[in-house]
Design a binder for this molecule. Sequence first.
Ligand code: ADP
Ligand code: ADP
Ligand code: MG
Length: 456
Amino acid sequence: MSLTKILIANRGEIAVRIIRAAQELGLKTVQVYSAADETSLAVQLADEAVEIGPPVAKKSYLDVAAVLAAADKTGADAIHPGYGFLAENAEFADAVAAAGISFVGPSGDVIRRMGDKASARKAAKEAGVPTVPGSDGVIGDLTEACALAQQIGFPVMIKATAGGGGRGIRIANSAEEFMTLAPQASSEASAAFGDGGLYLEKVIERARHIEVQILGDGENFIHCFERECSLQRRRQKVWEEAPSAALTPDVRERLCASAVALAAAVKYCGAGTIEYLYDDISGDFYFIEMNTRIQVEHPVTESITGIDLLAEMIKVADGQPLSIRQEDVSFRGHAIEVRINAEDPAANFMPFPGVVGDLRVPGGPGVRFDHMLYQGYQIPPFYDSLLGKLIVNADTREKAIIRLKRAIGELGLGDLKTTAPLFTALAETPDVLSGSVHTKWLEPWLEANSDKLSGH
Ligand code: ADP
Ligand code: ADP
Ligand code: MG
């Protein structure tokens, strides 16, 4: 390893995860933090910590100059962006490289090409990967776009090309709705992402969300099989698994091969995820987007393949070729991850930024808990509500669900309200047990089962 010191340009559980991977590789770690995160677990675990600004992310975690100044001051020779914040910001990747520092991720050019969702669709098509029927690139004139929507057939999805985290998406059921919703989506996207560009996609009904983990070093490209993330609320994942219970070996092979073809077509460097919608009746899959970064749900893949994805990312950023060949990647058993958010599921998932009370951490065979918690920790109200991820694995999906229930039963956080009770309820629900779910399954279930979501 020629790298010596890595700066973590993120916070929360993913910062802790990156610190752990870096320390095992023999790297020194620098944690940057906002004034609201001085007491965070990541700051405690890192070798050094540098305050970079006030709580508001725009002036700290999103401030490129402040992050680079911290790297300069501490002599960091690599920067890991985690997910969210600057992770898919091409200008940031360019600025890091221009400062002579290794960015743990693909180049600014690859981020521009694949992080922009309309241009990624184009790259996917060119690589022979099936995409959702829709517009060619970003739409211009609204009246023309509406005519195209009519051709595609309503309902049609209006998506922000710069969108992410489930935001910047609208569904129009008619031409009239289209003309009202498209300008709304555009102004929401330009406020949230600084880019109001929109594109159109046909709505794939009752689809499953299945994504493929890929790794590349610019010359070699491999997949680490798929994850299924069909249990979603407001288009955000809440429960993820690997492998998908819905794939036949034949579909799995074609899906993973298409992801590798796309990674190769853009000469991908680092860890990335290619997301698809899968119609389990027709067996068709459609590319929806690529995330050019580590994903929240990466541990389920680590769990079934035994690959340390964070370590691989850092080694590739160090200039090393991938140490794993495709034929060495296999999977065993079944893993499930649930997102423990500081939100009250009984009160419409209202954020609940309290103090961690009597903390009891789940353990035992097949349990991993990636989190940012310690007893007495005051959760800052400024950032997303993810506190940690509980990951379980077992020989079979059925046993993994039993283990999940057992582990959630062990989790204690005092009076803090979290999404944990939701997962106990889901783990007892027939459609979840049989795997008969799709991306629109959870929301109506939540409406009908609000009584099961309180307490813990
Ligand atoms: P994953 O794809 O890893 O499951 P999510 O979609 O939950 O991740 O997003 C992870 C985090 O990154 C969330 O905090 C989300 O709000 C944020 N995020 C994702 N895409 C963007 C983006 N384009 N701009 C800003 N934040 C984003
Ligand atoms: P983000 O960048 O916010 O993650 P994605 O394009 O990955 O956006 O879509 C997020 C979710 O929205 C998907 O997992 C799926 O549930 C839903 N979705 C996206 N595109 C479609 C589509 N064409 N038809 C049906 N559902 C879709
Ligand atoms: Mg997505």
